[in-house]
Design a protein around this ligand. Structure first.
Ligand code: GLC
Length: 552
């Protein structure tokens, strides 16, 4: 397999508006991020992914862009951005930016022109259709609204939006629009950035003719439509292949086989992707399902694809809350999940705050939440007559605001994030869970991440090793090997609140005397019991994680 830097890298996601506020306006900013670059570097990070910083009315936290060439004042200025990029490079890290080109803001001048009349030269840059029998053109839902269409009073036609009505979709069939997008991408790459995280990039092509959907609530008709690979190959030809960069596509609703079409090296589209078989479809920990997902993606990608490993981001509830135990075993389970993500095949991502075990939130009122997706769903359900208290309770566990609360730097007011009023409240637990505490404790979650990331730099098996499940049928223990040349790792994870016995499979039990423990989340490795027929059982403590290395 081809060896390249973005496979060996560990990426840290900075949701800047909640990271560090340098000017006291309650929003994180680029200056604040600059103050904390040493912190990120200290973790061992290679690449920073920055959520959108472009000019935006900010209805969807920057994913509604009104000017691709300017920086949103809340984030800072172009000069701040240039300084940031220099500093990131001085620290020998890289910076990738969000690329949001499925849609713009409805306040983007392109859309303002487009909506102005039927014969405007940019009419065709967006997707317009006349209504159907007094209603929208078809029965599709959008991610954030009951209908994917909004009627515009100026011309009476409807425009299409996969997300909120303030986020009209661009019409990628229009070649002039595509050229304009490529020009914008070159502008940022020529500034010296190191790649893009591409927002919902598999949504660019739409189903021809927009027929009604049989099950409109399953919005998978929004993505992976014919034509998408032509666009991405063109984008690669026109822009991407001319730079030494990393590209990671956000690709919802995709199977491993179809995922490969986006990232197979020979096809020259993207380098890697985020699929959502875990984050979208596994609301709580489910080992059987997770193991199946890993097996099928590994099988599809082993020859020429590259995966990304993550369990949370700015759209998904924090991993220790969702897939671990954020109560009695918060520290152990945060370390276990980290061990898993960093030792599975693919590039691992750390979402800010994950490295200190930050948890999800439960705010008492809908007014405490900021997320447009949650507010729209709340309104829709309440308008239908559902009980507001219940609606709130149902939406809370997966609200995107779970992971958007301010980074917890210390035990001071607002967790040391801002001297002003934060745009969203801090999690109440910041006195206990914060960076200052973790930096002072040698056995902290942060220190564990440092060790884990350091291992990646020292052992290529962690990056390129072949994967094999060693725990098929186990209810709570997930164990697998990674093997490369003469080195094999055995990773053993107890995903439960109680002790578990794990019997070592052949050939590892015969060779166990010579295994070396590389890392574990308890003091000392698990104890071993001899069992019948020369077997060996590991006695795993709750949420115990351990990595063994075998050298031939
Ligand atoms: C992606 C982003 C999300 C945003 C949406 C629309 O899923 O991660 O935050 O709301 O796209 O741009």
């Amino acid at each position: 397999m081809n060896r390249v830097w973005w496979k060996e890298a560990v990426v840290y996601q900075v949701y800047w508006r909640s990271f560090m506020d340098a000017n006291g306006d309650g929003y994180g900013d680029l200056q604040g991020l600059m103050q904390k670059l040493d912190y990120i570097k200290g973790l061992g990070i290679d690449v920073i992914w920055l959520n959108p910083i472009y000019e935006s009315p900010d209805k969807d936290n920057g994913y509604d862009i009104s000017d691709y060439y300017r920086i949103m004042p809340k984030a800072g200025t172009m000069e701040d951005f240039r300084k940031l990029l220099i500093k990131v490079h001085e620290l020998d890290m890289k910076l990738i930016m969000d690329l949001v080109v499925n849609h713009t803001s409805s306040e983007h001048p392109w859309f303002e022109e487009s909506r102005s009349s039927l014969d405007n030269s940019k009419r065709d840059w967006y997707i317009w259709k006349p209504g159907n029998a007094g209603g929208p053109p078809n029965n599709w839902r959008s991610y954030f609204e009951p209908s994917a269409w909004t009627q515009d009073e100026r011309t009476g036609e409807y425009y299409f939006h996969s997300f909120a009505k303030e986020q009209p979709d661009l019409n990628w069939e229009n070649a002039e629009l595509r050229r304009e997008v490529y020009r914008m991408m070159r502008f940022w790459l020529d500034q010296g950035i190191d790649g893009f995280r591409m927002d919902v990039i598999n949504l660019l092509a739409k189903v021809r003719g927009f027929p009604d959907a049989e099950r409109p609530e399953h919005i998978d008709y929004l993505g992976n439509n014919p034509g998408i690979h032509d666009y991405l190959q063109e984008m690669n030809r026109e822009v991407l292949r001319h730079y030494d960069i990393m590209t990671v596509g956000e690709i919802p609703f995709v199977t491993p086989e179809d995922g490969l079409l986006y990232v197979a090296e020979s096809r020259q589209e993207l380098h890697t992707l985020f699929h959502f078989q875990v984050a979208d479809d596994m609301p709580v920990w489910n080992l059987a399902r997770f193991r199946h997902i890993q097996a099928t993606w590994h099988e599809a990608f082993r020859r020429e694809g590259w995966n990304s490993q993550f369990l949370n981001n700015h759209d998904h509830t924090r991993q220790v809350t969702r897939y671990g135990n954020d109560g009695a075993y918060r520290v152990e389970s945060a370390k276990l999940l980290a061990t898993m993500i960093h030792t599975l095949p693919g590039t691992p991502y750390v979402f800010q705050g994950e490295e200190i075990g930050m948890t999800g939130v439960h705010f008492p009122s809908i007014d405490d939440y900021r997320d447009i997706a949650m507010h729209n769903k709340y309104r829709e359900a309440v308008d239908k007559g559902e009980e507001p208290v219940r609606v709130l309770r149902d939406l809370q566990p997966l609200s995107r605001d779970n992971s958007r609360t301010p980074m917890q730097w210390n035990g001071e007011q607002h967790a040391g994030f801002t001297t002003g009023q934060p745009w969203i409240q801090s999690n109440f637990n910041y006195a206990e869970i914060n960076v200052e505490r973790d930096l002072a404790a040698p056995d902290s979650i942060y220190a564990y991440y440092q060790r884990l990331i350091c291992l990646r730099k020292m052992h290529k098996v962690m990056v390129y090793g072949d994967y094999a499940d060693q725990s098929i049928g186990e209810a709570h223990v997930y164990a697998y090997t990674r093997s490369l040349e003469e080195e094999t790792w055995l990773v053993v994870l107890n995903h439960s609140d109680v002790q578990q016995l794990y019997e070592l499979p052949a050939p590892w039990k015969e060779r166990f005397e010579h295994a070396q423990v590389l890392l574990g989340n308890y003091d000392g490795p698990p104890s071993k019991d001899r069992v019948e027929d020369d077997g060996i059982c590991l006695r795993l403590r709750p949420h115990e994680a351990v990595i063994y290395s075998f050298i031939d």
